[in-house]
Design a protein. Structure first.
Length: 256
């Protein structure tokens, strides 16, 4: 099974790196414009001068969520068209292994693009983004697990969306609400102290735990959710999405 995994990984990485430069440019354009506005222009409207670094960590941590729509578009297009996935499913490995691998590779591809945003954020903000304050072990752990969640979440969404015609539903019904209420623009403590019941409800949003764990590892624990409980929550959400998504897709693809 390990040999098959390595073969699949080698094949997919080769395809991924063919378009890596173009994807990286698209990613950097979105990232730079976002940080330029919130790091240099919005402080003129009264935002804190440290808001740029606050948003850099959020942008790095949430990149995989934005990537989901594109990945699912290709996935659903394949299911409705060539069904090249069937060629992998007929290999002498379990269908669940193949589907878990897809979620893993989606996570890996997002990680390979998002990791470049870290030095880019430092170059954009320079003194505003203090690299010495970061707990790198915790930061990388939350970064990796966050992307792993996005891979599993994408697979779960793929099991819910019936066809390409419903692709826009993913963005409007799932991703936008999770993103807007996922502590991207604000910290969880801000939401809780403003409206306590809203803060409690937001604990059910996995994006909140990704944002809070990354920020607490980058800026210190004060003002953010405890790191390890957030990591535990991310693992639970990832496990649920992966398992439930694989079970639904096996039925949909008639793998059982």
């Amino acid at each position: 099974m390990l040999r098959v995994l390595l073969q699949l990984l080698r094949r997919d990485l080769k395809i991924f790196f063919r378009g890596y430069q173009s994807k990286l440019i698209d990613t950097l354009v979105l990232f730079i414009t976002n940080i330029a506005v919130f790091g240099y222009l919005m402080p003129g409207e009264g935002l804190s001068s440290s808001y740029g670094s606050f948003l850099v960590v959020a942008a790095i941590g949430s990149f995989g969520l934005i990537e989901i729509v594109g990945k699912l578009g290709l996935f659903l297009s394949d299911l409705e068209g060539e069904r090249s996935l069937s060629q992998v499913l007929i290999m002498p490995i379990s269908s669940s292994f193949v589907l878990y691998y897809i979620a893993f590779f989606w996570a890996l591809s997002s990680l390979l693009l998002a990791i470049v945003l870290f030095p880019c954020g430092k170059l954009l903000l320079w003194d505003q983004f203090d690299l010495y304050a970061i707990s790198y072990g915790k930061f990388l752990l939350s970064f990796f697990l966050g992307n792993l969640f996005f891979g599993a979440f994408g697979l779960w969404l793929g099991s819910l969306i019936p066809s390409m015609s419903s692709l826009n539903t993913i963005w409007l019904r799932y991703i936008v609400p999770l993103w807007m209420f996922g502590a991207y623009f604000f910290s969880w403590s801000t939401a809780y102290h403003t409206h306590p019941w809203v803060g409690i409800l937001l604990l059910c949003n996995p994006i909140v735990h990704i944002m809070e764990s990354m920020r607490s590892s980058a800026f210190g624990a004060e003002g953010y959710l405890p790191f390890w409980p957030s990591i535990f929550a991310i693992v639970l959400f990832t496990g649920f999405c992966a398992y439930h998504g694989v079970c639904r897709l096996q039925k949909r693809l008639d793998c059982l």
